[in-house]
Design a protein around this ligand. Structure first.
Ligand SMILES: Cc1cc2nc3c(=O)[nH]c(=O)nc-3n(C[C@H](O)[C@H](O)[C@H](O)COP(=O)(O)OP(=O)(O)OC[C@H]3O[C@@H](n4cnc5c(N)ncnc54)[C@H](O)[C@@H]3O)c2cc1C
Length: 387
């Protein structure tokens, strides 16, 4: 009999277990994987983008955009940075406030594991949880017998990368206990294209460029990359979390510059230059050539209307994704356990006392840039301090 059973030894589960155990709770942490924190290890290209210097509620997507506020304020990026610094883990800001380990993501996992071990968390790995029921206490069925606990924390994450052990367990159990689930979709995922758009992009596979990618009102200035199936890179991953089937996306290939004014200026200055050559001054040459495939135009001979059309392509390039690379390639799952059924202060179910949901399983999805781990730490802390 434990005070708390935490299902899932990922970022959120590990941090919650250490937090609750330090407060004197008897905690068992269960995971079906043989090793904890698999996603921490592969995150940030092996260097773990563990948080961001600038974390705001606006960096998160949720049916209720206010839900994340209390947890993010209760345990902020500065609190996690202080933990990292206190352990002597060296880190650096890569760009846009994103903090990465200088060495390896292993250091973040080691820190969490040391905290769990020194506090006395009972870690049971390689143990799959199949069901949870509640009488006076919670009964957690596993493939090697039953565990009983006064409280349960669902920390099994989302559906992204099933190959790494992702399951919909948190959603199944949440539903069983009467919590609603918002639509789940792959997020931070490469977008794919069909037909002519795909054929066109295939020829550009490997070309990267600076852009402002937008979908509806969401816009991100970052790099993007053509792949053999479509588009990837940070700017596109960011808009993918806002994209829906049937919607278009737009790329500004010359951020913060008016392409028409640029072309007019070049027409005046270099009238004998070919349009392709002029475009290669501002875009990767392969992209410049692909944008005007048939044009052998000399810029000085082109009417301004034609230059305007070319400029429109550059500043406002409309594309129509046919889909995404799906959960197999998605960094996160958008949607999840509906926050309407949870306390924003503790992550406890409003209806079922003692049932908590934390981390990616909750309908709170961060932007690319360390926000998803920050949500894991903040929501884990909120539950760990309340249990
Ligand atoms: C390739 C990649 C790179 C990423 N890089 C970053 C980054 O740099 N920065 C960032 O902020 N975010 C990053 N993310 C997102 C981040 O990893 C997740 O948001 C975060 O790990 C979520 O933490 P979690 O604890 O909620 O879930 P997870 O870390 O997914 O942990 C869930 C745990 O539950 C276990 N589990 C599942 N089902 C069961 C079951 N039935 N019984 C027992 N155990 C179960 C799993 O084995 C797993 O250990 C990345 C994601 C991917 C895929």
């Amino acid at each position: 009999m434990f005070d708390v059973a935490i299902i899932g030894a990922g970022a959120a589960g590990l941090f919650c277990a250490a937090t609750a155990t330090k407060r004197g709770r008897r905690v068992v942490l269960l995971d079906h994987a043989a090793e904890p924190g698999a996603k921490i290890l592969i995150s940030g290209g092996g260097r773990c983008n563990f948080t961001n210097l600038d974390v705001r509620p606006e960096n998160f997507i949720s049916k209720n955009p206010h839900f994340c506020k209390s947890a993010l304020a209760g345990f902020s990026q500065h609190d996690f940075i202080a933990m990292v610094a206190a352990r002597g883990i060296a880190y650096h800001e890569k760009r846009l406030g994103q903090l990465f380990c200088d060495g390896s993501a292993r250091e973040i996992l080691a820190m969490l594991m040391e905290d769990c071990t020194s506090a006395g968390v009972e870690m049971q790995l390689g143990r799959r949880t199949s069901d949870i029921s509640k009488a006076d206490s919670f009964r957690i069925e596993t493939d090697t017998g039953m565990v009983e606990a006064s409280a349960v924390v669902l920390a099994t994450g989302g559906l992204s990368i099933p190959k790494m052990g992702a399951t919909g367990f948190a959603y199944e159990m949440a539903k069983k206990f009467g919590l609603a689930i918002t639509e789940t979709r792959p997020g931070l995922v490469p977008l794919v294209f069909a037909g002519e758009e795909q054929t066109w992009m295939q020829g550009l596979s490997g070309v990267s460029f600076e852009t402002v990618a937008s979908c509806g009102k969401a816009a991100f200035r970052e790099n993007a990359l053509f792949t053999h199936r479509g588009l990837s890179g940070p700017a596109v991953l960011q808009v993918s979390s806002y994209w829906r089937e049937g919607k278009g996306i737009r790329l500004d290939l010359l951020p913060e510059q008016n392409a028409y004014e640029f072309l007019l200026e070049r027409k005046a200055a270099r009238p004998r230059a070919e349009l392709k050559t002029v475009l290669s001054e501002i875009l990767p040459a392969r992209l410049a050539h692909a944008l005007v495939p048939l044009a052998n135009h000399v810029i000085g001979d082109m009417p301004n209307k034609a230059l305007k059309n070319t400029a429109e392509l550059i500043n406002n390039f409309a594309l129509h994704p046919s889909g995404s690379e799906g959960f197999a390639k998605a960094e996160v799952t958008c949607g999840g356990v509906d926050t309407a059924g949870l306390s924003s202060k503790t992550m406890e179910s409003r209806a079922v006392k003692g049932l908590y949901v934390i981390g990616e399983a909750v309908d709170v999805t961060g932007w690319l840039g360390g926000y998803n781990f920050q949500w894991a730490w903040s929501s884990a802390w909120a539950a760990g301090m309340a249990i």
